[in-house]
Design a protein around this ligand. Structure first.
Ligand SMILES: [Zn+2]
Length: 310
């Protein structure tokens, strides 16, 4: 019932001394093994995304610009977003792997899917690279579900410590995808105020749950419960999670204090949402998490908690 997407290609996005580094995936791999133990899983196989896949969310000109910049040897797409020669190919596999894995959820081959992908995606806006992100993996997967598999309502819950400005931007006026984020504020990237709730037809399908420096398990569980409550009226047909682990107390980039127990409580609540609305199905997309020891233990906690709730 578990699907795991892992592939050595995701380590080829290597930009030298940078917190979003290939070694993160070894920590994730160990965390998956620690958490699942002898539980078997289906290995999900990445395929490269097509330009049409990327353009489910991103502007045609932006996709062309990213490709041409990387081919020309650029080392940065914005102040924080470093790239190398392989970054475009790796990004295509991150998006394509996400879509293949999402299809496994739709087809019922797996119930819980974890996509151990790089580069992350939730800061990437339709026309802009930001915050270590080139293309928005989770947003493209959500739009794939709406446009190509006939779902009417998809929910994205984002527990990365940073607000997912890119995902919010993609769906701000679109009620077919409900975007909810718990995050530190004030903090990078500056968006995600509680009064940002959507616009036009999408008014009410963005739910931001910001907390100041120092927030921890209680606040994250309160936020997850508020998301769960919102889902009782929204009734999503699929639940996707932007799983960043940088709200952990030991993370070097942020100032929240979530513990492994806090992640376990959040994951349990998310399985309850899934059981109530999505036939139990959840797809987890790796976003941030920069302390390798914490990343390993949080991924292990995620897996063990899911295993307890099958
Ligand atoms: Zn983050």
């Amino acid at each position: 019932m578990f699907g795991i997407l892992q592939d050595p290609i995701y380590e080829d996005h290597d930009t030298g001394a940078h917190p979003e580094r290939p070694e993160r995936l070894e920590a994730v791999r160990q965390g998956i093994a620690d958490g699942l133990g002898s539980i078997t899983y289906e290995s999900l196989v990445p395929v490269p995304a097509t330009t049409a896949d990327l353009e489910l969310v991103h502007d045609h000109d932006y996709v062309s610009w990213v490709r041409s910049q990387i081919e020309a040897g650029a080392t940065r797409l914005d102040a924080d977003t470093a790239v190398c020669r392989r970054s475009f190919a790796v990004s295509l596999h991150a998006v394509g792997g996400s879509l293949a894995g999402t299809d496994a959820l739709i087809e019922g081959r797996v119930r819980y899917a974890f996509f151990a992908i790089r580069p992350p995606g939730h800061h990437a806006e339709p026309d802009r690279a930001m915050g270590f992100c080139l293309f928005n993996n989770v947003a493209i997967a959500a739009r794939h579900l709406i446009q190509r598999t006939g779902l009417s309502r998809v929910a994205i819950f984002d527990f990365d410590v940073h607000h997912g400005n890119g995902t919010q931007a993609a769906f701000y006026a679109d009620p077919s995808v409900f975007y909810s984020s718990v995050h530190q504020q004030p903090f990078y990237p500056g968006t995600g105020r509680a009064d940002e709730t959507g616009t036009g037809d999408g008014l009410g399908t963005t739910l931001n749950l910001p907390y100041p420096y120092g927030a921890g398990d209680d606040e994250y569980e309160q936020a997850t419960q508020r998301f769960a409550h919102a889902m009782d009226s929204y009734r999503p047909e699929m639940l996707l999670v932007s799983a960043g682990y940088d709200a952990h107390w030991a993370d070097p980039l942020a100032g929240h204090q979530v513990t492994e127990q806090g992640y376990a409580e959040m994951i349990t609540t998310l399985t309850e949402v899934a059981r109530a609305h999505t036939g139990g199905r959840i797809g987890f997309f790796l976003e941030g998490g920069y302390n390798l020891t914490a990343l390993r233990s949080c991924v292990a906690t995620t897996m063990a908690t899911l295993a307890k709730n099958t």
